[in-house]
Write a protein that binds this ligand. Sequence first.
Ligand code: HEC
Length: 235
Amino acid sequence: MKNLIIIALALGLSFISFAGISDGMQEELPLTHVQDNDYLEFHNFRTRPRAPIAAGIKINDQPVRSLEEIFSVFSEEVAAVLPEGQTIKESTDSEGRIVWRYPIGTKVIHQLNFKNDKKSLFELRMIERVSNKRWAFGVYHPIEGKLKLANYPGRLPKEFNLRTHDGKPLNIKLSHIPLNVCQNCHNNTTSAPHQYESRIDVGPCEFTPTNPNVKDKWVKEFISAFGRKPVTKTN
Ligand code: HEC
């Protein structure tokens, strides 16, 4: 009995740890969420570290490991959207480093698609500023014509039977990465650790003022696309 209680408690705790990371995010989004909102693509400035695509990928039953092999069947895009009319607040810390305070409702995505004939969505990873102290991390999967916020313990094994552009069958077996590793890894890999106050405040890895492709290029593109500034200085 005592053991049962311990097991139940442990299961309960592990449930909290993987569900809690996505708290505050919408459970469902339309399949056209990205197209329907003003997401603007940005580019990474480092080639490493890189986010994992999935674990244990096999293409037509052959295990793949190199990035080249992985990107023969996957494409990826990173983009961000700010809530209507709001701006990122820019300041400088005591060591002269630029700090961005992202408005609540900021969403940053890492979209992974298959390179099949239909360019099907594999998964939409999202980081959302849900409060002044927390970034939520979530993954949306296309299910029954909607994007549904995923909630699973550990890895999630899947098999996809697709077709290549020239009509050949393409079988992909893999596991979606565990949800509880998202924020920990971002904590280790972010290009702007100085702007996050705690582990649960850690958010984007490359969508930061340290990335010149964001600080200069994305900001300029935002102004020409939407006719307003995405970043305002506070000191
Ligand atoms: C092993 C480390 C690692 C893990 C685990 C990881 N990421 Fe990332 N993530 C990165 C790195 C590094 C980048 C930037 C480089 C890139 O895009 O490959 C990134 C980029 C992103 C971006 C694009 C915006 C940005 O600059 O941060 C989003 C959104 C994102 N990750 C969400 C997630 C979510 C959600 C999970 C969990 C399912 C996750 N990541 C798991 C390392 C990781």
